[in-house]
Design a protein around this ligand. Structure first.
Ligand SMILES: Cc1ncc(C[n+]2csc(CCOP(=O)(O)OP(=O)(O)O)c2C)c(N)n1
Length: 629
């Protein structure tokens, strides 16, 4: 039988289907999601959970005239399938293919680019305000998960929504999960009336009333009347009082897998005015047993076998996150002041074993990086030794908290920046390629990047022994060499290491680039060139003694980093070297956003793989390039 999905090139086609066709369409979408994500990896469970929600949204609203803004955007695959990208869906997250997140340049239906969380309410309110200023009339819809709702920006947005009192619809997709089970007071609040059948029946009564009066254009009057009831009585009728108090009309909880109920509710809500919030209850991973049972692992997953589920990687090698996890557990065993903080990334950062072993010393603060950092600062101010484990890209959020709340006070917080560098198929929203630049100018902050798992362990030990703020960044994926091979268990801050002597040039690499620099030096040795390699280890403080010796010996330092060149590691070396007259050539990421693709493809693209490094050194030695871009 031919697929209904193949008849849909835009939401207009979707509207032509009969309601009876929709369950079949939902089934086809689920199959397409499972098939593609099992091949390319990606956010499976979140998308399986919003199949009906997205169908209903595109039937009730009129995109792209009506603007739909997805929070985080990891759940927008269904939206992509329904808005003209069905045929490209197999290219999802691949180099040159469609993105795993909404992108304005990809489709007029992607009205706002996302990747980081809790932005949808602010963006939607901005769009709604622009509409009002232009005197136009369309609907603006923010689709936000209960996880993203824990982020500070969501609350800041809600605060202004109430004040602006304009037409805006917020769809709260509540599945009780962030990546892991959702945390905090908001999660508890939502759970209270999500699970209480009493609320549902009260809600149905109100809905019935609204529907009856809506026929006469009086739906708003009914709601007004309900709103005027005394608070106590009102809460009997309307769950979601918190939102009501914030000035939004609350609808729900709605069964997020009941297409009729969803479409009916969205259509009603679309006709109303002012700020409205629809609370939709969904099941993460819906329709694929393995993802339903383990929504955490299938939140974002690697390619997998559809029948058997996730397969272990062919060569079981420890990731940097796992090495961090083990090293932290050992240090925390010996030092009871060590506590760990995550912003909703317990699994990804490798903190789960720590959380199990030291439940009272582990804090998941929700998707709230700014809060995580200042919360850790508070702990440090009272003598605890917090580690904030966070992805490099998400720490961008908390720049001021790192600077003002931690470093200005010299507090000993250890930042472990996972997924630093080019992360691969999640693309530009997730590459962690700015951290050297946004951290290294902060006074008093040590910034290091280990080249291997073993070095990460030593650097972590050094960080906890240091009485001040310390940031360590390491990449996504498997760690090179994880055992210390008899080396000391810690290392000296600000000390690099000479890995290879050379007379014609010295490659000065840091972190994930050290391996490629060594391979490049091997390649050059094959051509008869003597090129040294230094692992700088620290971007701050720089090992200027080591650099000066190498610079004087070879006359040319070629820096290599997986970070933007502007303000990065090479820039630090250049700033130091310029007055000394030592020539520096820098390799790293040029002044542009890097697209999605595999890590290997992207490293080649930006010129930091071994071949590109070797080629750059040949040119630099031959004097064919200027002293750095
Ligand atoms: C600022 C920020 N922090 C962390 C993340 C990583 N992250 C991606 S999705 C997600 C959970 C989102 O939960 P929710 O909004 O409830 O959506 P669901 O996946 O449950 O549908 C997290 C923590 C992010 N994208 N942005």
């Amino acid at each position: 039988m031919s697929r209904l999905l193949d008849t849909i090139d835009s939401p207009r086609d979707l509207k032509r289907l009969s309601a009876a066709d929709l369950p079949r369409l939902a089934q086809e979408i689920r199959s397409a999601l499972i098939e593609t994500v099992s091949m390319v990896g990606g956010h499976l469970a979140p998308n399986l959970g919003v199949v009906e929600l997205t169908i209903a949204l595109h039937r009730a609203f009129d995109a792209p005239r009506d603007r739909i803004v997805f929070d985080v955007g990891h759940q927008a695959y269904v939206h992509k399938l329904l808005t003209g990208r069905r045929e490209q869906f197999g290219t999802l997250r691949r180099r040159g293919g469609i993105s795993g997140f909404p992108r304005r340049c990809e489709s007029p239906y992607d009205v706002f680019g996302t990747g980081h969380g809790s932005t949808s309410i602010s963006a939607a309110l901005g769009i709604a305000t622009a509409r009002d200023l232009a005197g136009e009339h369309y609907q603006v819809v923010a689709v936000i998960g209960d996880g993203a709702m824990t982020g500070g920006m969501a609350f800041e947005g809600l605060n202004q929504v109430a004040e602006r009192d304009t037409d805006l619809v917020i769809i709260l997709n509540d599945n009780g999960m962030s990546i892991s089970p959702n945390v905090g007071a908001m999660a508890r609040y939502l759970q209270r009336f999500r699970l209480d059948p009493g609320y549902s029946s009260a809600k149905r009564s109100v809905e019935g009333l609204v529907r009856r009066y809506d026929r006469f254009g009086l739906g708003n009057h009914v709601l007004d009347a309900v709103e005027k009831l005394k608070d106590g009585a009102k809460s009997l009728f309307l769950p979601g009082m918190l939102f009501e108090e914030l000035g939004l009309r609350y609808f729900g909880p709605v069964d997020g897998h009941d297409l009729d109920e969803l479409t009916r509710t969205f259509e009603q809500v679309r006709r109303l005015k002012g700020p409205r919030i629809v609370h939709v209850v969904t099941q993460k991973g819906r329709g694929y047993r393995l993802a339903e049972e383990d929504a955490e692992s299938y939140h974002g997953c690697k390619p997998f076998d559809v029948d058997q589920g996730q397969l272990d990687p062919p060569v079981p090698q420890k990731t940097y996150s796992e090495v961090f996890s083990e090293a932290l557990a050992g240090l925390a065993e010996a030092d009871s002041r060590i506590v760990a903080v995550t912003a909703a990334m317990c699994v990804g950062t490798g903190l789960k074993p720590f959380a199990r072993r030291f439940p009272h010393r582990f804090f998941d603060v929700g998707m709230a990086e700014e809060h995580a950092v200042t919360f850790a600062a508070g702990l440090a101010a009272e003598g605890w030794r917090p580690v904030v484990a966070i992805y490099s890209t998400f720490l961008q959020r908390a720049y001021d908290q790192v600077l003002h709340d931690v470093c200005l006070q010299g507090l000993p917080v250890v930042f472990c920046l996972d997924r630093a560098g080019l992360v691969g198929s999640d693309g530009p929203t997730h590459h962690g390629v700015f951290d050297f630049s946004y951290l290294r100018h902060i006074p008093g902050l040590v910034v290091g990047a280990p080249r291997s798992g073993a070095e990460l362990k030593r650097m972590l030990a050094a960080a906890f022994a240091h009485d001040g703020p310390f940031a360590i960044r390491y990449p996504a994926g498997a760690a090179e060499e994880t055992e210390s091979n008899g080396r000391p268990s810690t290392l000296e801050i600000g000390r690099g290491e000479v890995l290879r002597e050379g007379s014609q040039a010295t490659l000065v690499a840091v972190g994930s680039c050290v391996g490629a620099a060594q391979a490049a030096a091997d390649e050059l040795a094959g051509d008869g060139m003597q090129v040294g390699v230094i692992d700088a280890r620290f971007v701050k403080p720089l090992d200027t003694g080591l650099l000066e010796d190498a610079g004087r010996l070879t006359g040319l330092l070629v820096t290599v980093e997986e970070n933007v060149l502007q303000g990065g590691f090479g820039a630090a070396v250049l700033e130091w070297a310029a007055p000394l007259g030592i020539r520096v050539h820098r390799l790293g990421i040029a002044d542009e956003f890097v697209p999605h693709g595999s890590q290997t493809e992207l490293r080649q693209l930006v010129g930091i793989d071994a071949d590109s490094i070797a080629q750059a050194v040949r040119h630099a030695v031959a004097g064919r390039v200027s002293a750095g871009p």
